[in-house]
Design a protein around this ligand. Structure first.
Ligand SMILES: *Cc1c(COP(=O)(O)O)cnc(C)c1O
Length: 408
């Protein structure tokens, strides 16, 4: 086979940059180096023009009415922090309650933990076994103290797509703001801040074939006009919401990445979906005891395949297939291997969570790569299971849960 190693199938963690994006960025490092805030000479104007063009591209990309609703940040972590802290601070007089979900990205969960220390009350909604937030649960959790609901568009581990449009109907009706971490879904699935009644949305370039370290926060300007308190003070850039000299080359890259996604995303998602189904069919055709994690299509990201390979430790598998970049359902913390909190919130038992692998397919993956990875995974799962006494006992029909282990 003629594949080049390593093979990258971890596109939820980051994506390689599209060469077209790099090309658009390059002049802004050298000949067009001006500061977009320099209002008194042409070098500044050129930078400002480029930044404003990217702002228009990005606004259009998410269905925003005005480019003035885009605030540049250093990435989605900052966008999430700015959205939650900025809203909590501005609307403190109105209420102190935020609703989010247990499966959110750490950039949301850790921000909520910080806010709790400052007296904000946070409801962390449970999710279904498919990883989705029930819009009804959102409705029930809203009180007269609720100022914000934050639910992600699509989950980065298991690919579950949330019913943002339904949640948006509820929040709009109740007069509560809706923020969504749209990082994983934007460009890949339908997303439109107007149609879905989204008031704030976080996105980042490096999950859509742009550069790392640049993101945006959509902040609605009308119906309703959303206000946030800046979390970084300085020169009052970005309409006072986020100070700091703008990173022109990266912002140009953001705009270009958004533009490509807007034009090609739909077709691309169909192609990536086929690759994912090819991988899934090959694995299911050759292996038993596989567990699909996440929602069923169409509520599942086209490029996400998260499977539990019962009786095979995810970490062992990652070592075995080290020429393939994927992620496992275990997070390496300082001392121990914790099972993914997302899988746990979905009710996946700890044992099974440790055997899960996330394949994240993207723009630059090929059929040849899928075939290579499928063969490799099948080979190693079979080998590792053949070495597993538990798998053998399971095959003999012994109920492993009924066994009294000596080492208790
Ligand atoms: C990657 C990711 C983030 C963080 O984005 P950065 O730009 O890397 O800070 C936030 N939310 C989700 C869902 C992500 O996948």
């Amino acid at each position: 086979m003629t594949v080049k190693l390593p093979i990258y199938m971890d596109n939820h963690a980051t994506t390689p940059m599209d060469p077209r994006v790099l090309e658009a960025m390059l002049p802004y490092f050298t000949e067009k180096f001006g500061n977009a805030a320099s209002r008194n000479h042409s070098c500044g104007w050129a930078a400002e023009e480029a930044v404003e063009y990217a702002r228009e591209q990005s606004a259009k990309f998410i269905g925003a009415k005005s480019e003035k609703e885009i605030v540049w940040t250093s990435g989605a972590t900052e966008s999430n922090n700015l959205a939650l802290k900025g809203v909590a601070e501005f609307y403190a007089d109105k209420g102190n309650h935020i609703i989010t979900a247990k499966t959110e990205h750490k950039a949301i969960l850790d921000t909520c933990k910080r806010l709790e220390k400052d007296g904000v009350q946070v409801t962390y909604l449970d999710v279904g076994t498919d990883g989705s937030v029930d819009p009804d649960d959102v409705k029930k959790a809203i009180t007269d103290k609720t100022i914000l609901v934050s639910v992600m568009l699509a989950n980065n581990e298991v690919g579950t797509i949330n019913r943002i449009a339904e949640i948006g109907k509820i929040t709009r009706e109740k007069g509560v703001l809706l923020h969504t971490d749209a990082v994983q879904g934007v460009g890949k699935i339908d997303f439109d801040v107007e149609a879905m009644n989204v008031d704030l949305a976080s996105i980042t370039a490096h999950k859509m074939y742009g550069p790392k370290g640049v993101g945006a926060l959509f902040v609605r300007r009308s119906k309703p006009r959303v206000r946030i308190v800046a979390q970084i003070d300085g020169g009052g850039h970005e309409r006072g919401m986020r100070s700091g000299t703008l990173n022109t080359p990266s912002i140009v890259g953001f705009g270009k990445a958004a533009d490509i996604m807007m034009k090609e995303g739909r077709e691309e998602s169909a192609r990536i979906f086929k690759l994912r189904e090819r991988l899934r069919a090959k694995l299911y055709g050759a292996l038993d005891e596989l567990v699909w994690n996440g929602a069923e299509d169409p509520w599942h990201l086209p490029g996400n395949l998260n499977l539990s390979f019962s009786f095979v430790e995810g970490e062992a598998m990652m070592m075995a297939i080290k020429d393939v970049a994927v992620s496992s359902g275990s997070a390496c913390t300082s001392a121990s291997l914790e099972p993914s909190y997302v899988l746990r919130a979905m009710g996946v038992d700890e044992e099974l969570a440790h055997t899960s692998i996330r394949f994240g397919l993207g723009r630059f993956n090929t059929e040849e790569e899928v075939d290579y990875v499928a063969a490799l995974v099948i080979d190693h799962v079979s080998r590792l299971r053949n070495m597993s006494p538990l798998y053998e006992m399971h095959k003999e029909g012994i109920d492993l849960k009924s066994i009294e282990w000596a080492a208790h």
